[in-house]
Design a protein around this ligand. Structure first.
Ligand code: HEC
Ligand code: HEC
Ligand code: HEC
Length: 412
């Protein structure tokens, strides 16, 4: 009898280990602390917190090309949150994009990236999420217009575009590179913004990290491409940017400012360095840049006059900027992306750089859209894209008009 009981206990213990129950013990403080750091790296809070709402309680309207998706409550509330979910339920959502009842989640939830996170890391995240106070917040999950409101359509999407799978380290690369790859490709979900989409909203793996437009911002090319990407950045530049939101080359604004404030500025220096090493070692792709417009082109002349009037006081007449205060425009990627949306957007709507622990006072760029016509914005943007060694396609007045229309429709 005693033996049989001992045998049963052993079976139960093994079962518990298999389902991750042992690792998912909410009283495991070390595990919870590890989970907290991983939640930071995954930037869960940015999407799962409504403006002015309780952290992780959801209700944030995430804009997608198909409409707004309301993010769910991931606090451990039993009714409106994920309090009743097991560690397995949670891992299935993160690895396969499916809820406990099997319904599919939309890939606006970056599970196509989180699928690479190890089960052990997911268990730590689960433990941490269970230490949060449960918040009652019933989120309306069905805000997408027809036909995207039909979750079944995600089944087809998954079949075609989604490959579940663990991260596979490259044995020919350093441990640091592989650690960076794990963070960038997995929890960091950097590709969710930095990789172009196809028409179905799926990432184009052939153009991984080569830049994309999201919410009227350009997430630039962050491969090691010499002109459009991070080719001129050192590993230290990238790590510093992810830590502080600034380098001598660039100041982060828009969605990247949120990523830095909520996530990367709170990560360990060794993690940031590993991500930087990985990004620097990614082979550059893309077509060669166009030749710059000639300085005597009428568009350049018009643009120069506006630049001298409205920009040079801060960014200086040679585009050199003032380190840590006014970003340099010469040689920067934001000025030379194929897609000028971020550049035009910042001229029209201004911006504020990230405020981080290390640099608490963030310099701001005034909105200039009210002073400049569409033609003037087009001219000054064209000038910035083709001066001081920069080279990129000129921007037409119509493109600015369209951008302004989209911006008024979805201000952020
Ligand atoms: C880019 C925004 C974004 C980020 C970052 C994000 N999520 Fe989500 N998440 C969503 C959206 C949107 C949904 C809902 C998708 C749907 O309704 O189909 C979701 C759904 C979920 C769900 C399913 C909940 C349910 O009730 O269906 C879980 C669990 C979850 N996220 C956990 C996390 C965790 C943990 C992290 C950080 C590691 C995270 N999310 C980061 C946007 C995000
Ligand atoms: C929510 C969308 C989003 C996510 C997620 C995101 N980025 Fe960004 N990133 C942007 C945008 C937008 C910019 C441009 C910021 C600007 O214009 O100031 C940017 C800029 C950058 C830059 C500066 C590039 C340049 O040439 O100025 C780097 C480096 C960068 N991101 C790295 C990362 C890494 C690494 C990750 C993952 C840990 C990441 N990003 C995740 C949106 C995002
Ligand atoms: C009063 C000072 C000021 C003026 C005038 C000004 N800027 Fe800025 N600009 C800034 C500051 C500060 C930032 C950094 C804050 C940010 O990125 O939001 C910035 C950021 C930028 C960026 C983003 C750089 C990067 O690396 O992310 C661009 C591009 C830019 N400005 C272009 C212009 C152009 C073009 C004009 C004129 C039409 C102009 N600015 C006028 C202060 C100014």
């Amino acid at each position: 009898m005693k033996e049989a009981l001992a045998g049963l206990c052993q079976v139960l213990l093994i079962l518990q280990l298999l389902v991750g129950g042992a690792a998912a013990d909410p009283d495991n403080y070390v595990e919870a602390a590890r989970g907290r750091a991983l939640v930071t790296a995954g930037d869960c809070i940015t999407c799962h917190t409504a403006i002015g709402g309780a952290s992780f309680a959801g209700g944030f309207a995430l804009q997608t090309p198909f409409g707004a998706i309301m993010t769910p409550n991931i606090t451990p509330d039993n009714i409106t949150g994920i309090g009743s979910w097991s560690a397995d339920d949670f891992a299935r959502a993160m690895h396969e994009g499916r809820r406990p009842d099997g319904t599919h989640l939309y890939p606006a939830f970056p599970y196509p990236y989180y699928t690479k996170v190890t089960r052990a890391d997911l268990d730590a995240i689960y433990v941490y999420l269970r230490t949060l106070s449960p918040v009652t917040n019933n989120v309306n999950r069905s805000t997408l217009p027809f036909p995207f409101n039909i979750r079944l359509s995600m089944w087809g999407w998954n079949t075609i575009f989604f490959t579940a799978g663990a991260f596979v380290p490259d044995p020919k690369r350093s441990a640091e590179f592989n650690h960076g790859a794990y963070l960038v490709e997995g929890l960091g979900h950097c590709g969710a913004c930095h990789t172009p989409f196809n028409a179905f909203g799926a990432a184009r793996s052939d153009r991984y990290l080569e830049g994309n437009q999201i919410d009227n911002w350009t997430a630039p090319n962050i491969t090691n491409d010499m002109d459009a990407g991070l080719g001129k950045w050192s590993v230290d530049d990238i790590a510093q940017y992810l830590k502080t939101g600034q380098t001598g080359l660039s100041i982060a604004s828009g969605p990247m400012k949120d990523v830095i404030e909520n996530s990367t500025s709170k990560m360990r220096d060794s993690d940031l360095r590993a991500m930087a090493v990985y990004l620097k070692e990614r082979r550059a792709g893309g077509a060669p840049p166009p030749a710059p417009l000639s300085a005597s082109d009428p568009r350049m002349r018009a643009g120069e006059a506006i630049y001298v009037d409205t920009c040079s006081a801060c960014h200086t007449s040679n585009g050199g900027g003032i380190e840590h205060i006014f970003p340099k425009l010469a040689g920067t990627a934001i000025a030379q992306q194929d897609d000028p949306a971020s550049l035009a957007r910042i001229v029209i709507a201004g911006g504020r750089a990230a405020a981080t622990g290390e640099r608490p006072t963030a310099p701001a760029m005034p909105a200039l859209g009210f002073r400049l016509t569409d033609a003037q914005v087009a001219a000054v943007v064209t000038y910035v894209r083709n001066s001081w060694g920069n080279a990129a396609s000129p921007v037409a007045e119509d493109a600015i008009k369209a951008l302004r229309r989209r911006q008024t429709a979805a201000p952020n």
